[in-house]
Design a protein around this ligand. Structure first.
Ligand SMILES: [Zn+2]
Length: 259
């Protein structure tokens, strides 16, 4: 494994990469040294030696490189940085409460996530969502709402290597129509906090994916930084129709989405 060259990747260190000054180089928590790094064009991929992530690092890196390119293109970002992805073996190892978790550190262009089997959509979705947090925040600054921060990170999922983006979100919206919170609730940070997180994330992502596809990223960028108090009025002026009308359009679209 160590001597093998991957397409588009090089193994930068034969055994262990010493990450020094980690408290400043990566997020708020100290980072141990037991990592191998695989260098890509836009992403340096850190894995535990011999781990599931290392066994699949070529495909995982390929997915991230594509996600980076897709997000920058979709939002027309000037961001041209370099990401540092850390794949952990378990939630416990990363100090998360579950294996289905990740965290982004835009200040250091870094994110961490848990990489456990199986290889496939769920893992790609988790990893790409965290990568999007870094690219979007480093490209546009902080969003003004949870709705935008979390919704956009999943709305931007590229489907080159999986079907966890629009092909999941729009049918999910159709099949959960009865439980969907109103968008007026989700754009309010208080309302967001009172909504089941899984539902809030998916509803927001579905709506924002449709909004970008239908009305373009320029208008999306204008509402991106707005806080909850500003959002309703500004959406009406920027889109030329109230949020309720956009929401109704989105629901009709999801009802008819053939995928
Ligand atoms: Zn997130």
């Amino acid at each position: 494994m160590c001597g093998k060259r991957w397409v588009g990747l090089t193994l930068a260190a034969a055994t262990v990469v010493a990450v020094s000054g980690c408290h400043t180089a990566f997020g708020p928590e100290p980072l141990d040294r037991d990592w191998r790094v695989y260098e890509g064009v836009r992403v340096s991929f850190f894995v535990r030696p011999g781990s599931f992530a290392e066994q699949n690092v070529a495909r995982l890196s390929e997915v991230l490189e594509d996600q980076f390119t897709s997000t920058v293109a979709t939002l027309r970002l000037a961001y041209a940085g370099h990401l540092h992805a850390y794949a952990y073996n378990s939630g416990a190892e990363a100090h998360f409460t579950s294996d289905a978790a990740g965290r982004a550190y835009p200040e250091t262009e870094s994110f961490r996530f848990v990489a456990v089997p199986p290889m496939g959509d769920n893992l790609f979705q988790l990893m790409s969502h965290e990568a999007n947090h870094v690219v979007v925040i480093d490209g546009l600054g902080r969003a003004g709402t949870y709705f935008m921060t979390e919704g956009l990170a999943s709305a931007l999922l590229s489907e080159t290597f999986h079907r966890s983006g629009r092909h999941f979100l729009f049918p999910w919206t159709r099949s959960h129509r009865a439980q969907l919170p109103r968008m007026a609730t989700l754009i309010d940070d208080g309302g967001w906090g009172r909504t089941a997180q899984d539902t809030a994330y998916k509803s927001s992502a579905s709506f924002l994916a449709w909004l970008i596809d239908t009305y373009g990223s320029d208008r999306l960028r204008q509402i991106y930084p707005l806080n909850s108090d500003q959002m309703l009025d500004r959406i009406a002026s920027i889109y030329g129709r109230p949020l309720d009308a956009l929401e109704a359009e989105w629901l009709v679209f999801c009802e008819n989405f053939a995928g």
